[in-house]
Design a protein around this ligand. Sequence first.
Ligand SMILES: [Zn+2]
Ligand SMILES: [Zn+2]
Length: 531
Amino acid sequence: MTAGQTTRAERMAAPLARQVVKELAAEHGACLRPVQLRRTEIDTGHVEQVLIPCGHTLASVCPSCAERARILRAAQCREGWHLDHEPVIDPDPATEEQRDLITDRAEAQEGRDLLACAGLGTSDLDEQIEELDEQITDSGLRGKVLPARPRRHRSTRRRQDAAPLPRRTVNPRTVGKTYTTPDGKTFRPSLFVTLTSPSYGRVGEDGAPAHPDTYDYQRAARDALHFAALFDRFIQNLRRYVGYDLQYFAAIEPQRRLAPHVHLAIRGTISRHELREVIAATYHQVWWPSSEVAKYDGGHLPVWDEQTGTFLDPDTGEILPTWDQALDAIGDGDEPRHVARFGVRFDAQGVLAGSRDASRCIGYLTKYLTKHLGDCHQATTDAQAGHAIRLADALRYEPCSPTCANWLRYGIQPRNARPGLRPGACKGKAHRREYLGYAGRRVLVSRKWSGKTLADHRADRRIWLTSALGLPATDPRRYSWEPVKPGDPDHMPNGQRLLHVVADRIQWQTALELARRRAAEADLPATGSAA
Ligand SMILES: [Zn+2]
Ligand SMILES: [Zn+2]
């Protein structure tokens, strides 16, 4: 072989230039999928290409953006946990347009109710009211002037039974109690709580069942599907029990056995005894039709009838019961289809503001937020892999919601039935392997936690950054923005965008480092030495 020539193996061993750019970007916390925008200064017409981070929360998609999102959640958690004053949440005053819309809505309602009283038709005004409600929402007002009219009446008797707990009226206070020690020190303890799902069968250290044949996969699947509703109920019960507007920051995570559990930072403190009582009394009843018998399976499936817009039995041509009809068929003597509860085992510890414990708990609360539930624990043994497959199988035909295609398997038309629905192929996230049956939000934050939205917390960070770098605050109203799509003469391919963000990021980190050093030097006494 002559000098200068390389073998194929040697060439393959050299790192790929593009891959190195990606690695550098990740190392410097730059977004791996920056979005290109064209920014035009309205007064001068000056045009600039701006790259903004993609903002994805999954590390598998963009590790830098996911890590930033996780840090933001940690900041949100920290700020609300030990708050010693009530957060102020004052809505903006209504605009003239919004007030006009509400006035119109009032007149329409009065007209409608007068007609109804006289036994006359109200359909015209009902239509007008519907339009006004839409305009009210579009105008930026929150909520509705009236609760939506219930679509059905009979199933309302299927209310949730009240938990057997003492009930107190809920005081609007959200801040926990302060305690004073004999020597006059005051402290305001908060709480870190972990709630788990019940047992579905014994599992080993690795989370795999000791006896897969008797492990209750159906219950595990249903508990996961209804976990969010159960959590809601728990918070409701807890607030009534403690008698104040208790605030929480909660994160849903999987245990090794792949069942969801929830970590909560709670503002204020509750005794273990009280928690145990509320957990034991909390349950969520699912009043859905029965899905015990699979009536249609394999190639033998209900067929869609274009004319009636319904699903029919493939043999007899009979129309299948609709969702509402199936609900109505639930009798007084029937049991709920599922009752979700928490396991009796829970964990609770008191935490003081600013302590190492507090930081550790915030670490737990945000640890897995950058991963899908199903990717938090990787299966390394056959037993673990088999367990994950059996759980996914159990979730495949479990109806995930009233609109789930799986209802067809049990001879019921799902709500909003439409052509193309096929049992076992529901698009609902809960059925997908990476969700483990829980398709809800991973972070659940009560409204008066920090008194700020995630966007507010993000803005706080930006203000801190621009002031640390000594940059002038820019007025967003000075610019107009538009996306730059492929085909646009200004469009940069992803490789080029990545080079830009890496260069920007390094420049910016150097500037920040310099600003930090200056700030540290300024804090030193004028004559003192750093050594
Ligand atoms: Zn990104
Ligand atoms: Zn589904």
